[in-house]
Write a protein that binds this ligand. Structure first.
Ligand SMILES: [Zn+2]
Length: 275
């Protein structure tokens, strides 16, 4: 919620493909887990995600530094410039908007960008306020969306809680996005949330290739000492939780000093076993 709501420095990790998805053309003909994934942090919670020929933008904030925004009885001031301008970001397919009602997740310039995307995915409450191309989702709701290359983008809305239980700062959702029906190889964007049972459930259900977490332990006077986004300690908790079966196996072998005995054959490729 505040300037220090922070961006998605992310916990990037790769998973071994549990199963394959082949579709479309160009790089989208690659299995999901082999497709290049490009992440560009623009500032605060704003990042460009590119994979499988799809361009997604999280929580658009592009106002220049120095902007002031009313927040209850206080004023928020934006401290840093966005690293890229909307013109530099270029064409967008979809916007993943965790919530629309905080300026540090959707500022004035960011709001003016929404109509340039095919759709803005956000909370049901947010879609009611925004109208236009917005689509409201509730936690665990999923949908598929067309992409330019042919394969579909699958979006699963994930639960988020923007503060302590009973005193959160309004409805927020996160997202797991993937090409085709392989959400366990997708990308997770947490939105503004603390670490709680809802996020732990995301980690139980999916093993995304990358998790973008809004960190910074943001706080506001109205909620006292409680934080509204994840603390560093909670991010460590998340990094522990978002571990793939392959990583667990690798860790177990390493702990047993047996890493040299573990081989991961690449799918479809023969490996020679000498002994
Ligand atoms: Zn917020």
């Amino acid at each position: 919620m505040a300037e220090n709501a922070g961006g998605p420095p992310g916990v990037e990790r790769r998973t071994k493909p549990a199963h394959e998805s082949r579709c479309g053309s160009d790089e989208s003909t690659l299995p999901m887990a082999s497709q290049p994934l490009l992440l560009t942090h623009i500032g605060g919670p704003t990042a460009l995600i590119e994979f499988g020929g799809v361009r997604l933008l999280t929580d658009p904030t592009f106002d220049p530094a120095g902007g002031e925004y009313p927040s209850g009885s206080a004023k928020l001031r934006k401290l840093s410039e966005p690293a890229l301008s909307p013109a530099t970001v270029g064409l967008l397919d979809y916007v993943l908007l965790s919530h629309d009602h905080h300026f540090d997740n959707l500022d004035r310039t960011g709001r003016s960008l929404l109509s340039s995307a095919k759709a803005t995915l956000t909370t049901e409450e947010g879609a009611g306020r925004l109208g236009g191309n917005s689509i409201g989702l509730k936690a665990w709701q999923s949908m598929t969306l067309p992409t330019r290359n042919g394969p579909v983008l699958r979006v699963v809305a994930t639960p988020a809680r923007h503060g302590p239980q009973g005193r959160d700062r309004g409805a927020v959702i996160g997202f797991v996005v993937s090409i085709g029906d392989v959400p366990d190889q997708g990308i997770y964007f947490s939105g503004d949330t603390v670490w709680y049972e809802g996020v732990a459930e995301v980690a139980r259900r999916y093993t995304p290739r990358a998790a973008l977490l809004n960190l910074g332990a943001a706080s506001v006077p109205e909620v006292g000492p409680f934080h509204l986004t994840m603390t560093a300690r909670e991010a460590v908790e998340a990094a522990r939780a978002f571990v793939s079966a392959a990583e667990e196996i690798a860790q177990a072998f390493a702990a047993a000093d047996l890493s040299h005995r573990l081989r991961w054959p690449e799918l479809g490729r023969s490996i020679q076993i000498d002994r």
